[in-house]
Write a protein that binds this ligand. Structure first.
Ligand code: HPA
Ligand code: ZN
Length: 326
């Protein structure tokens, strides 16, 4: 069996995927036309050509701009369904998806529009595609903690359908400590906690995510490897890292996939997983991330199985649900 077929046949969960980052240029144009919004691009090719980033902020600027075509519940449902169809086609069976409510409420959309649209898409993914999913609300870290608290308040009526909260957007200069109180309040409401840390930020931010936010998973975590004591702690605590190899390449966190730390993470005993982050912007969905990384790092099939197993072990599924996959 070819490596691509092996990866496709392997049941996989995706734990780090921003749904706004799955907006393909074709859908961006279709939604812009439907909503009568002018885009600053003439063609799909021109949009793709603009996807050359030298760091996280370069990407975020264009990602927030793209999200402006999303206006109705139907738009968010279509966005989610497009992602779930891609996931189903490549052997994904479960996804824990991020969304950024502040990106939408700050341009005047009611909180309800994004979340009800996404939940409708998630319900359809279960019945039409057999994919299970959970929703993680991310606070934008370039905004202040009061804005995050307002977002938590807006989310109150939906808390039974929100699995957890995360922390994303511009990392450097916005340490996890800035959000310690809103994470504590989120925890008190029974929400799971994750945070982007150590993508561009230093190991100190990973410590803060662990000690001040008390996260259940670390998103990215690459720069943890610069600190041996931190690495040992992550191994000891069995902390899941949601690693995103093609994202790391596109955002110049690594210069070459052959230099990606994923294999080193596995060798060290870290619970690393593979994820697509923002697949429409970074040139690949979940299986592409597995395949390109496996080829670049010469991963064995046993290592690929470990990565898939880690994705279920790190998921916010019950032990009984996990047992069905592992
Ligand atoms: N990092 C931080 N924020 C993000 C990302 C990312 O990779 N993708 C979408 N928001
Ligand atoms: Zn991310």
């Amino acid at each position: 069996m070819s490596l691509a077929d092996f990866i496709k046949a392997l049941p996989k969960a995706e734990l780090h995927m921003h749904i706004e980052g799955s907006l393909e240029p074709e859908l961006m144009f279709a939604l812009a036309a439907r909503n009568k919004i002018a885009l600053p691009f003439k063609s799909v090719e021109e949009v793709r050509a603009a996807y050359a980033f030298s760091n996280l902020q370069d990407f975020l600027d264009i990602y927030y701009q793209g999200a402006q075509v999303l206006l109705t519940e139907e738009d968010f449902q279509d966005l989610a369904m497009a992602y779930f169809r891609r996931l189903a086609a490549e052997g994904g069976v479960h996804a824990e998806i991020f969304f950024d409510p502040q990106t939408h409420t700050d341009r005047g959309l009611p909180f309800k529009v994004a979340i009800d649209g996404l939940l409708a898409g998630m319900d359809r993914a279960r019945t039409e595609l057999g994919i299970t999913s959970k929703l993680i609300l991310c606070y934008l870290r370039h905004l202040d903690e009061d804005a995050a608290f307002a977002t938590l308040k807006a989310a109150e009526p939906w808390l039974d359908r929100i699995e957890g909260v995360g922390l994303d957007s511009s990392e450097v200069g916005h340490p996890p400590s800035k959000f310690a109180r809103v994470f504590a309040a989120s925890r008190e409401r029974g929400l799971k906690l994750v945070a982007h840390a150590g993508e561009e930020g230093p190991p100190a931010y990973v410590y803060e995510a662990l000690d001040l936010l008390k996260v259940d998973r670390i998103d990215h975590g690459n720069r943890s490897l610069e600190d041996a004591a931190l690495t040992q702690r992550l191994v000891r605590e069995g902390m899941t890292l949601t690693v995103c190899p093609l994202s790391n390449l596109k955002l110049c966190v690594v210069n070459d996939l052959k230099a990606h730390p994923l294999k080193r993470m596995l060798d060290l005993g870290l619970k690393a997983t593979v994820n697509s982050d923002d697949p429409a912007y970074f040139g690949g969905y979940l299986a592409d991330n597995y395949l390109q990384t496996a080829q670049a790092l010469d991963l064995t099939r046993a290592e690929i199985v470990t990565l898939a197993r880690n994705s279920f072990e790190g998921a916010f599924l019950s032990e009984a649900e996990k047992a069905g996959y592992i």
